[in-house]
Write a protein that binds this ligand. Sequence first.
Ligand code: NAG
Ligand code: NAG
Ligand code: NAG
Ligand code: NAG
Length: 395
Amino acid sequence: MGWIPSILLLFALAIGSNNNVAYSLRLLRVEVPTAVRRGDSVWLNCTYNLELDELYSVKWYKNNVEFYRYLPSDDPPAQKYDLLGVYVDLSKSHLGNVYLTSSDLNTEGTYRCEVSAEAPSFQTERAERELQVYVLPKGGPRIIGTKFQYQIGDEVNITCHAAPSKPAAILKWHINEEEAPPSFVWLAPLVRYRDGLLSSQLGLHFIVEPSHLVNNVLKLRCSAAISQAYSMTSEEIIVGNTVRASGLYTAIDGPSIEGGLTKYQVGDEVDVNCTSRKSLTPAKLSWSINDKKASLDFTVPYEPKVYTNGQKASLLGLKFVVRGHHFHKGEMRLKCTATLSKVIDTNSEEIIVGGNQQSSGLHVSENGSTVKNVGIIIRQSCWITVTFVLLLYRM
Ligand SMILES: *[C@@H]1O[C@H](CO)[C@@H](O)[C@H](O)[C@H]1NC(C)=O
Ligand SMILES: *[C@@H]1O[C@H](CO)[C@@H](O)[C@H](O)[C@H]1NC(C)=O
Ligand SMILES: *[C@@H]1O[C@H](CO)[C@@H](O)[C@H](O)[C@H]1NC(C)=O
Ligand SMILES: *[C@@H]1O[C@H](CO)[C@@H](O)[C@H](O)[C@H]1NC(C)=O
């Protein structure tokens, strides 16, 4: 899924500016929900500590475009700018806390809060977080391509179509409650709709054998699960080519980067490891170089570390030789993002082939799985006949 989300915490980017210890404005928290359901309202909260500084402005940006600013010296202090997908309600917003009345797929993006202090420190602090919008499917997956009747030796070639959702559903085929072997499954292309929703498709192809029947019945089930990131944390290191750059920015709850130097030159090898925080299901790690996803040739997968209490920490290395294009204004940004996802919706459709069931049509079970008895009969006698013919042949 092309959804590599990230929360980027970039504290103290204003290194090199007038960094007077006596004032020291500090950004405390930037709270942006990782994922919201389409239509939900959203709070974007930015909390800071002024210490002895005086506030000059708090600004919010989405994908680098400003949509809100609060300047105590302005009248009124809070202003908003129209931006696609960002529905600011000024009457509820105050200082760094901004209320969005609704959300749609255009609301997705990287949100940045930027706080600046008045003279004499002029200090600016900023931090970014990624927001994603999800849409649950309306209904379960559908099984398409079934024939009215199958016999032993027949080819089953059917497709499961997930209802449109975002992110795309993960489909699985089960034969008699066991996951279908990979050789039976074929991947059909993802369908993209104009409104941004996606529909996964998964094919199942095999020849019916007697061993596929349990009590004369062959049960084929397709299940669809929507998994959504609920936590994304990143750590970024910024390294320079000529000067010792700003070093390491640590997010309290983020993964950690080990092995980085503070200064690299063209021709040097970067060899760093990213370790996620411990969790029961290991986090998915990804690397980006200057905000672009690192090529697979550069990443080194390692086995996760397993702890005695069953928790796991994922480990992903990044190894490449530095080229001139990796530096932008003398800096290279290496970011590792840890994503934790959970299944937020499951649904399935089942077809039962064979047996003596007379009921036909559709019934939906309590937990949302759809069971359809298509009334397809596999005649036990067919394969007895086949065996008989084979025996005759041998004689
Ligand atoms: C954000 O701020 C608003 C208003 O101050 C508050 O109601 C809301 O609970 C805050 N949200 C979070 C996640 O802190
Ligand atoms: C299975 O069906 C799909 C279309 O539904 C077709 O493209 C594919 O070639 C079929 N596979 C076989 C092995 O017949
Ligand atoms: C990264 O981790 C692997 C596995 O633990 C280790 O072999 C390797 O030396 C580490 N590399 C760095 C740069 O720390
Ligand atoms: C859902 O229902 C099916 C059929 O009634 C059952 O086999 C399955 O265990 C149920 N799943 C859950 C998660 O309750």
